[in-house]
Ligand binder design. Sequence first.
Ligand SMILES: [Zn+2]
Length: 127
Amino acid sequence: MPGTDNTNKKQDFWLTVIRSFICRCPRCGQGRLFARYLKPVASCSVCGEALGHIRADDGPAWLTILLVGHILGPLMLAIIPNTTWPDWLSMMVWPLAALALSLMLLPRAKGVFIGLIWRTGGIGAEK
Ligand SMILES: [Zn+2]
């Protein structure tokens, strides 16, 4: 029965991270991890692994903020002093870049958290 064996604990850490980061099932790497933008599938359509019960809570938001800040912060410090952009342009570009990067990274961060919780065998729920 899928989800009841210990194969997830034997899987390579980075394989789990990579499969989850590209929003694929952490077990088989084939099935989709999300049914919608941030809604995980109940179970993998390929291998049947149960994934819908795993809750990532605030972890993906934390990781997304950490990554966006560490990517855009140095970029802004390198670019802004060397440009002659008007202030209104900077006030448009950087928030939009932060928004776009956040929307791109958030499902991937959630996938990584779900994959790592799955790998540890944690139930991923508060009960
Ligand atoms: Zn699968």
